[in-house]
Design a protein around this ligand. Structure first.
Ligand SMILES: Nc1ncnc2c1ncn2[C@@H]1O[C@H](COP(=O)(O)OP(=O)(O)OP(=O)(O)O)[C@@H](O)[C@H]1O
Ligand SMILES: [Mg+2]
Length: 222
């Protein structure tokens, strides 16, 4: 039987360009590769995930819908009932949309990049999550480091700086890889690129991230 917990995973962060859409698409691609019925909710008025599905020349392995409205948390439970897994690709900016997406999620991943600017900006993201938890106490959230470049001093410093925040950091980091941008430009995820040798490492880290989300949820439930 498929373990569907957490069912709704939000990729949320008010800072722009941190990897919300990239991670949403690839996590959706991973869960779909397991045979799950996956819905990707594009909650960003920019419509990046919708553009991604339009760039594709065949049917997407998961459903993509646009829902950039601040009442997602009210509408999503009914829409989600037809799916095993729902991924929310959030919008940048400070508005009611992010709050609604936080409340709609079971598990929130906050992508951050290995940069001092992301460390300075993360306080706002933490505050938003804490505020959402006051309304939804079973909401789980964690940072995920995206665009990591291996063995750099800044990478290590940033991991330490995020670990010192009052907020968990996923052990799995997603590396800077050209394949993520290449796939996105043709409406694919790394799980559609089984012939590309460069896709293998990307598939592995996305799979690890997905498994770690499941483990964190299990630990929280124990
Ligand atoms: N791990 C990665 N390796 C290489 N490129 C990446 C990676 N993650 C994201 N990118 C690139 O960085 C850019 C921003 O990523 P993305 O659009 O996923 O961020 P976002 O948080 O959704 O942005 P926005 O806030 O505008 O919605 C894109 O060009 C994407 O291809
Ligand atoms: Mg985006």
């Amino acid at each position: 039987m498929i373990d569907t917990n957490p069912k709704i995973i939000g990729l949320l962060q008010q800072k722009g360009g941190v990897g919300k859409t990239t991670l949403s698409l690839n996590l959706a691609g991973y869960f779909a590769s397991l045979g799950e019925r996956v819905l990707l909710v594009d909650a960003d008025p920019q419509g990046s995930s919708l553009s991604w599905s339009n760039a594709r020349d065949d049917a997407s392995p998961f459903m993509v819908i646009g829902k950039a409205v601040p009442n997602i948390h009210k509408d999503l439970p009914e829409i989600a009932s037809d799916y095993d897994r729902v991924i929310i690709d959030g919008a940048p900016g400070v508005n009611g949309l992010i709050r609604s997406c936080l409340l709609a999620s079971d598990f929130v991943l906050v992508p951050v990049q290995p940069s001092p600017f992301d460390i300075w900006a993360c306080a706002d993201a933490i505050e938003q999550v804490h505020e959402a938890i006051t309304f939804k106490d079973n909401l789980k959230a964690a940072f995920v480091i995206n665009r990591k470049i291996s063995n750099t001093v800044i990478g290590k410093k940033v991991f330490k700086a995020f670990s010192e925040q009052d907020f968990p950091v996923m052990d799995t980091a997603i590396h800077q890889r050209v394949i993520y941008a290449e796939c996105a430009s043709i409406g694919k995820t790394v799980f559609d690129m089984s012939d590309a040798a460069t896709a293998k490492s990307a598939q592995l880290e996305i799979k690890r991230l997905a498994r770690e989300i499941m483990q964190q949820q299990e630990r929280a439930a124990a």
